[in-house]
Design a protein around this ligand. Structure first.
Ligand code: GAR
Length: 192
């Protein structure tokens, strides 16, 4: 199966996924797509030899741009790894239960508009939460609302700063996200 990884920023998850599946016979990271030309994820993809494309907002929302691009790379499945724009409806329809997203909190808490990256960890800190975590979920046209596939938790202490919370949560992402992707994809591979 060919996967496309959609990114907007640093790309630590993107790199982790590419490395995890590097020697897989069945899962191939075929394309990285960024909506930000300056995203460091693009540098990581290039270093790892994965083709990368930059798209602007109009292109993302144009099925005559996106569908041929996804077809060109024979993309079967899409992983959003720190991708901030909403996925357009036509893509959700074209990839039913084949687009998943990682979110840096325990959804449904701390999801929705404006809740991304450090904003999430600052909100978790401000609320005095005793735990946080990561969520992987199917993507629907409504932000952060699709069916939850997996969640992993980590305890917080009152001394943890927003940066500490971010670091603890990031460790979960590095440890668990590729395996969750693999588990979701293995269901497709068995049924192919
Ligand atoms: C990750 O923490 C991911 O959970 C989060 O963006 C970060 C991307 O980091 N996603 C969201 O906030 C989506 N709402 P990375 O670019 O280093 O992988």
């Amino acid at each position: 199966m060919n996967i496309a990884i959609f990114v907007s920023g640093n790309g630590t998850n993107c790199e982790n996924l590419i490395r995890y599946f590097e020697h897989s016979d069945q899962i191939h990271c075929a394309l990285v797509i960024s909506n930000k030309p300056e995203a460091y994820a693009l540098v990581r993809a290039e270093r790892l030899g994965v083709p990368a494309k930059v798209i602007n907002k109009a292109q993302l929302n144009d099925s005559d741009v996106m569908m041929p691009l996804l077809r060109e790379y024979e993309i079967d499945f899409i992983v959003l790894a720190g991708f901030l724009p909403l996925v357009p409806d036509f893509m959700v329809a074209a990839y039913p239960r084949r687009i998943i997203n990682i979110h840096p909190a325990l959804l449904p808490k701390y999801g929705g508009k404006g809740m991304w990256g450090h904003h999430v960890h600052e909100a978790v800190k401000a609320a005095g939460e005793t735990e946080t975590g990561m969520t992987v979920h199917y993507v629907t046209p409504v932000c952060d609302s699709g069916e939850i596939i997996a969640q992993y938790r980590v305890a917080l202490t009152p001394d943890d700063t927003a940066d500490d919370i971010a670091e603890k949560e990031h460790q979960l992402e590095m440890k668990y996200f590729p395996k969750v992707v693999e588990d979701v994809l293995s269901k497709f591979i068995i049924h192919c």
